[in-house]
Design a protein around this ligand. Structure first.
Ligand code: PLP
Length: 407
């Protein structure tokens, strides 16, 4: 008899984005003449860069010709792309072997799938507020108890608040799998070298593994901030790093990412190379490689013109972030993030609750943001703005807020 995976029943309804959608649709029905400006969802809006588009056209032509047509590639990804990534990491002083890099179809699936190579009783720790995929995949994998008002039993929530600069203290209980995200979604906080070092030291002492989500690393321009956890000594022994072309190069619709499992990564009871070999086994069994078209487009991101154009793309979004921050600050709304990160994390005026402020902002300024509480209990009293919008929308949103929000 087939039965469903009961863990799915523990999952709380996907509440945040469906609820934002429900409220926006309701508002739009009542006010059809109003154009809502959406600064909530973190999807990119700029087109792919010319170098990427050229390569995609070229590849499509090759695929259309029987002499140059390509079928399956290696499950681990194109060797040239893995080599380009090792060169990219060398720029930060990180030496990797191409065999330690696994090309994926984006970060989200690997952030969830990586759990399958660790034991089922591993205790998972996440930051609060948190990118929801880490939590939901933990629940589905059976590593949590039931949902409560304060999150799921069995998951360690590491508080990220204004008081600690939105970077957590070390877990007060033993955590086996620790998700860290820097630059952070949703807070926009970027971990310093010392902050990451404290977690690397903890992980080595406790034989834990850090799953480091660096999906926004491309937005770091401050040379003093680490763009990879492997910039920290000892991290290769205890950390997996997961990254993406989604925000780096506008590939949200193209789908491409990469995961690094260093050969020297060891967990309780594993030999050198064993964790990497297990991920390789997992991928060769359950994944047939990222699309060739996407991978060659990804390779173009690292060409000379690709690098220049990618920087322009990032500069565009970071200028948006600056406009948002300046606008909020002029209104006396406290905000952090938005520097070296494309998210701005703002405090609701007068300590209003997140959803109440969401409604107020939508009703008065016609701007849709993401209520902070949707990312966890520490998000209450906050809201997240994304810098990924079009410049004219960002400007219009800030004008609307300045002129119409009653605070
Ligand atoms: N990690 C974080 C923190 C994100 O915010 C996102 C997307 O918004 C992802 C991962 C997913 O990236 P991808 O598009 O590569 O699946």
């Amino acid at each position: 008899m087939a039965r469903i995976n009961e863990n799915f029943k523990k999952l709380k309804e996907g509440y945040l984005f469906p609820e934002i959608h429900r409220r926006s649709v309701h508002f739009q029905k009542e006010n059809p003449e109003v154009e809502l400006i959406k600064l909530g969802i973190g999807d990119t809006t700029r087109p792919l860069s010319p170098a990427v588009v050229r390569k995609m056209h070229e590849t499509a032509d090759e695929m259309a010709d029987e002499h140059t047509y390509k079928g399956y590639g290696a499950e681990q990804g194109l060797q040239e792309l893995r080599e380009a990534l090792t060169a990219h990491y060398k720029d930060y002083g990180v030496n990797l072997d191409p065999d330690e890099i696994f090309i994926s179809d984006g970060a989200k699936s690997d952030l969830a799938n990586i759990q399958s190579i660790f034991s089922g009783d591993a205790v998972v720790a996440v930051q609060d507020p948190v990118y929801p995929a880490y939590v939901d995949s933990t629940v589905i994998s059976g590593r949590s108890g039931s949902s409560t008002d304060n999150g799921y039993e069995g998951i360690i929530y590491m508080d990220c608040t204004e008081a600690n600069g939105f970077f957590p203290a070390l877990p007060d209980k033993k955590a086996d799998i620790i998700y860290l995200c820097s630059p952070n979604n949703p807070t926009g906080a970027v971990a310093t070298h010392d902050q990451l070092k404290s977690f690397v030291d903890y992980a080595r002492q406790n034989k834990s593994v850090i799953i480091f989500d660096a999906a926004y690393a491309g937005f770091i321009s401050d040379p003093g901030l680490p763009r990879s956890i492997y910039e920290v000594e000892g991290a290769k022994e205890c950390a997996v790093e997961i990254n993406s072309f989604s925000k780096l190069a506008g590939f949200t619709g193209v789908r491409l990412g990469w995961t690094i499992v260093p050969d020297s990564l060891r967990v309780e009871g594993s030999a050198n190379g064993e964790v990497r070999a297990m991920w390789n086994r997992r991928q060769t069994t359950m994944f047939n490689g990222a699309s060739t078209l996407a991978q060659l487009a990804g390779l173009a991101v690292f060409s000379e013109s690709g690098k220049k154009e990618t920087k322009e793309l990032i500069d565009y979004y970071m200028k948006n972030a600056g406009i948002i921050k300046e606008g909020l600050s002029a209104l006396g709304i406290e905000a952090s993030g938005g520097e070296n990160a494309p998210y701005i994390w703002a405090k609701t005026p007068g300590g209003m609750d997140s959803w109440k402020f969401f409604d107020k902002l939508m009703n008065e300024a016609h701007v849709v943001v993401t209520p902070g509480v949707g990312f966890g209990k520490n998000g209450e009293g906050h809201f997240r703005l994304s810098a990924f919008g079009k410049r004219e929308d960002i400007q219009q949103a800030m004008d609307n807020i300045r002129n119409n929000l009653k605070i």
